[in-house]
Design a protein around this ligand. Structure first.
Ligand SMILES: [Zn+2]
Ligand SMILES: [Zn+2]
Length: 623
């Protein structure tokens, strides 16, 4: 059936002589920038056509036009069995369970929502010291400017400490300060006393950089930037000087008063009340996949391997002499038996009684040791510490179990990562939210004007991604849900949401039963999502049985009549309005096809076509 060119002139995809798997040398055609549903009984060749031929060829062509570097990451597919294809665009498959299935990936990571939340925390998060509950100030040039204007009434000197490269000497640093265009500097050890009581002038100690450095120059090197009265009329100059000092001093600037008192302003990583230091809130701090953010105890796994009683004494009904302490029961028995006898005599431990009937103290001695006797656990710990040999490692592993990490409580992050909040929530609390909860939370997020500006693009990205997830019916998923626990349908809808978030147009999306596992009320939403993708001039080829999806298609490709060798033929291809299956109640149609399929091949084909033709005539008459 010829396809009239659509108003946009998008044309069609034409495939000739498809013979992949059970396809019977068929020709198919479907419009571009439209929604086509491939339907038919199970095993009739829908996947052979949609995935093994059309997607495979589209993907193969796509791979041909990307860089050699990118090629290594893409699925390489052999050329499918067909004669010719026209109008094919680069193809993307959205399959059941297609999301990344690595052990550490979560809904948050595969949708990139987690990346953006990390950025948000890094840019506008506020650190609250967990020890004393104090908000750790986070200075910027602007906040320092306001602080100085509010505080200082006399002239101040602005300077910064030039950060030394590893191995750089004071003399080299002096030369570097000159090269960077500064005029005066001093050695940190010559600085004016830092107490208001001291009467030394802040003017002292500064030497010209273009003269030979003072004798006995030591680190650190203070570099002079400006000296001025912090008054409203000097605001612009103060700001400019602060910016220079802030930038050159890597976020640390010193303000020295006439009396010699010096205040250090920095980008805020020390608690003012208890003096605790905090790591710089880089985005990696909020990722357990990064060594910078991972819990040091469990290295980001959330649990640690620990020797457990259950493994060490698997059968507490046995006595020690019968081998209750399993690590010492076999090859180590001869070595440890004399030691056990000695400790038993000293503490009166009955070695011939079941382990479970021993007193708590006696069990503790055997397991944890006593003076002069190394217990089973310390023995295993020591073995682990020097277990370079794989046999020893294997032995040690046998007595270990994965136990929830006590340091991070299983959330896999450094404790400091959890002290940074946005809208009162840290990364773990944000991750535990569902898509449906996070959307209003971010919409209601109030930031200061500066933060608002900094976070605007990040928030826009987040809003978009969450909206797409919501549109594909995934409001109920939490971001920290491991992607390997998702159903095939959920993983596919995440891919669909990602496709919506991407900006591809003129591509071919091939989908595999996207309604599987979807609540019927969400099907309509799914159809809207498909239509949005189509609205960007993408071509959609959807393998589907769902009557609602079929009813909303532009074009139908029906394969059949039977399964396997009895399928692989085109029963119908054309506009949905003319499709005979569309007029019958779905069950009736499926029944007719199934009946036909049950017949021997030759008759089945005939029977199915008779049904089809009759229905079509009826349909045409009605128009
Ligand atoms: Zn504190
Ligand atoms: Zn941990």
């Amino acid at each position: 059936m010829p396809i009239p060119n659509s108003a946009e002139g998008e044309g069609s995809v034409r495939l000739y002589g498809a013979r992949q798997n059970n396809l019977k040398n068929i020709d198919v055609e479907f419009p571009r920038a439209a929604l086509t549903v491939v339907t038919g009984v199970s095993g009739s060749g829908k996947s052979s056509l949609a995935f093994d031929t059309i997607y495979a060829e589209g993907q193969r062509r796509y791979v041909e036009c990307v860089s050699t570097y990118a090629k290594q990451f893409l699925e390489r597919l052999p050329r499918p069995d067909y004669d010719r294809v026209d109008g094919l665009a680069p193809a993307l498959a959205i399959r059941q369970g297609a999301a990344a299935q690595t052990g550490r990936s979560t809904v948050g990571t595969v949708t990139e929502v987690a990346d953006h939340l990390r950025l948000l925390l890094a840019r506008v998060g506020e650190t609250i010291c967990a020890k004393c509950g104090t908000k750790v100030p986070r200075h910027s040039v602007d906040s320092v400017l306001e602080a100085i204007l509010a505080r200082e009434r006399e002239e101040v000197t602005l300077w910064f400490e030039l950060p030394a490269h590893p191995g750089e000497t004071a003399k080299q640093l002096w030369a570097r300060a000159l090269a960077r265009g500064f005029v005066r500097a001093r050695s940190g050890s010559d600085a004016a006393p830092r107490s208001r009581k001291a009467s030394a002038s802040a003017r002292t100690g500064w030497a010209r950089l273009d003269e030979p450095p003072p004798r006995g120059l030591t680190l650190p090197i203070h570099v002079y930037v400006d000296r001025l009265l912090p008054a409203p009329e000097n605001r612009t100059r103060l700001r400019e000087s602060l910016e220079i000092a802030w930038r050159e001093g890597h976020g640390r600037v010193f303000v020295e008063s006439e009396a010699g008192e010096t205040l250090c302003y920095h980008d805020g990583r020390t608690c003012e009340r208890c003096g605790r230091e905090f790591p710089e809130p880089l985005p990696q701090l909020f990722s357990f996949n990064s060594p910078y953010g991972a819990c040091p105890e469990c290295r980001g796994f959330g649990n640690v391997l620990t020797f457990t009683l259950r493994r060490v004494v698997p059968n507490p009904g046995k006595s020690v002499l019968e081998g209750a302490l399993e690590p010492w029961a076999n090859s180590w028995r001869a070595h440890f038996l004399p030691k056990l006898k000695t400790v038993s005599e000293r503490y009166g431990i009955p070695l011939d009684r079941p382990f479970r009937s021993l007193s708590k103290d006696h069990r503790k001695i055997l397991l944890e040791g006593a003076p002069g006797f190394r217990g089973v656990f310390p023995f295993l710990e020591r073995l682990r510490a020097k277990s370079y040999k794989s046999s020893a490692r294997f032995l040690v592993k046998h007595y270990q179990e994965a136990v929830l990490c006590a340091t991070c409580g299983g959330n896999r992050l450094k404790p400091e990562a959890l002290e940074v909040y946005v809208g009162g929530r840290n990364i773990a609390q944000l991750g535990a939210m569902t898509v449906g909860e996070l959307r209003p939370f971010l919409a209601d997020l109030r930031l200061d004007p500066m933060g608002e500006q900094v976070a605007a693009t990040i928030l826009a990205e987040l809003r978009g991604r969450l909206e797409y997830l919501s549109e594909t019916g995934l409001d109920y998923l939490t971001l920290d849900r491991p992607s390997k626990t998702l159903s095939g349908g959920e993983a596919q809808r995440i891919e669909l949401a990602n496709a919506l978030g991407g900006s591809l147009s003129h591509a071919l999306y091939v989908l595999d039963e996207p309604t599987v596992g979807l609540h019927p009320r969400d099907t309509e939403r799914l159809i809207r999502v498909l239509r949005r993708l189509q609205g960007r001039k993408n071509t959609l080829l959807v393998v589907e049985h769902d009557p609602d999806v079929i009813q909303s298609a532009d074009w139908i490709l029906e394969l059949g009549p039977g399964a396997g060798e009895r399928g692989g033929r085109v029963l119908y291809q054309g506009p949905r309005e003319l499709w005979p299956g569309g007029d019958l109640a779905c069950s009736e149609w499926a029944g007719a096809v199934a009946e036909a399929a049950a017949e021997p091949y030759g008759r089945a084909k005939k029977a199915a076509w008779i049904e089809v033709r009759g229905a079509r005539e009826h349909n045409l008459k009605g128009r």
